[in-house]
Design a protein around this ligand. Structure first.
Ligand code: GLN
Length: 271
C-alpha cells in the first residue's frame, strides 16, 4: 500500500486487506507493506495500491512517487497496480486544480484531469470492461474530470453516477482506466470490498494462477445492498440515466460542500 499516511482519506487501504485475505483463502502467502512517505518504496512488490485524498495530499504524493523511477518502472513492467481517485489521477499525464495550475502526473496512463465546476459525490454503478467481472459498485467524491486517450479503455461504463465525467465519441460515459497492469477507478468503498470479482482479477493477474470461487454470504449481502436487481445487459448508454449525464451533484445521495475538498467538511446524508 503506497502512502496510506498521505492518501488515506477514503479508507482505500482496505483494498490491501481484501486482496491479502482473498489470496490467503486460496493458500497464497501474502505480506502487506504500508509504504509511508518516510520509507523508500521497494520495486519488487507484486501489487501496488494507491488511494484517494485531498488536492494538496495528491500533489505531495505525485512529487514523492516521481522521486522513485524504479517504482515507476515496476508499475509499468512487472507489477499490477490498483489506483483510486487521486491515485488514479496521479498515474495520468497531468492534473489541473481549481486555480488552473497544472501538475505533472507519472505518465503511466494516457489520462488527463482538470477540475470540474462541481464536485461529483454519490453512489456509482458501472459495467466493468474486464470480461467476467460484471457490475462495479462504489461511491465517488471528486472534483476532477478526466479524459482518456483513444486507446485507453475505461475500467467501467457508467450506468449511475459520474465517474470520469466525460464521454467517448458515441456518448458512453466511462469510469477510470484499465490496461493489462494498471487498474484505475474513481470508486471508493473500498472498491474491492464491494467488488470481489475485481479483487480476484487482480490476484489472478499478479499470481498467474486461477482463483477458485469463494462463497461468502456477507459478501453476497453487500452486493445485494448496492446492486439493482435488474442488471443492464450492455454497457451504459447515454440514455440510461439522463439526469446524471452531466456532472451534477444534486442527483447524488451524499452532498459535500461544492468547491471544496472533503477534509474538515460535513457530509450530509439525504434521508
Ligand atoms: N482531489 C481529487 C479530486 O477532487 C481526488 C479526490 C479523491 O481522491 N477522492 O478530484
Amino acid at each position: 500500500m503506497l502512502l496510506p499516511d498521505v492518501l488515506g482519506t477514503y479508507s482505500d487501504a482496505g483494498n490491501a486487506l481484501i486482496l491479502a485475505q482473498r489470496a490467503r483463502w486460496r493458500g497464497v502467502r501474502t505480506r502487506v507493506l504500508d509504504i509511508t512517505a518516510t520509507t523508500v518504496p521497494p520495486a519488487s512488490c507484486d501489487i501496488y495500491l494507491l488511494g484517494g485524498g485531498e488536492d494538496g495530499a495528491q500533489v505531495f504524493a505525485a512529487d514523492w512517487l516521481a522521486r522513485y523511477p524504479a517504482l515507476r518502472h515496476a508499475m509499468s513492467t512487472t507489477a499490477v497496480t490498483l489506483a483510486v481517485c487521486a491515485g488514479l489521477q496521479i498515474l495520468g499525464q497531468s492534473m489541473s486544480d481549481r486555480t488552473g495550475h497544472t501538475y505533472s502526473g507519472l505518465g503511466l496512463l494516457d489520462f488527463t484531469t482538470i477540475a470540474g465546476r462541481r464536485r461529483a459525490v454519490g453512489e456509482v454503478l458501472s459495467t466493468c470492461t474486464i470480461p467476467g467481472v460484471g457490475q462495479l459498485t462504489g461511491f465517488e467524491n471528486h472534483q476532477g474530470i478526466s479524459t482518456t486517450g483513444d486507446d485507453l479503455p475505461p475500467l467501467g461504463w457508467v450506468t449511475r453516477g459520474v465517474g470520469n465525467g466525460t464521454a467517448d465519441r458515441s456518448g458512453h460515459r466511462g469510469d477510470g482506466a484499465c490496461t493489462g497492469r494498471i487498474i484505475g477507478t474513481y470508486l471508493h468503498g473500498p472498491v474491492l470490498a464491494r467488488n470481489p470479482a475485481l479483487a480476484d482479477h487482480i490476484l489472478k493477474q499478479a499470481t498467474g494462477q486461477p482463483m477458485p470461487p469463494l462463497d461468502l454470504p456477507d459478501q453476497r449481502a453487500v452486493r445485494r445492498t448496492y446492486l439493482p436487481t435488474r442488471h443492464p445487459t450492455s454497457r451504459g448508454t447515454p440514455a440510461t440515466d439522463a439526469r446524471i449525464s452531466s456532472v451534477d451533484v444534486s442527483q447524488h445521495r451524499g452532498v459535500v460542500d461544492s468547491g471544496s475538498d472533503l477534509a474538515g467538511k460535513t457530509i450530509r446524508r439525504a434521508p
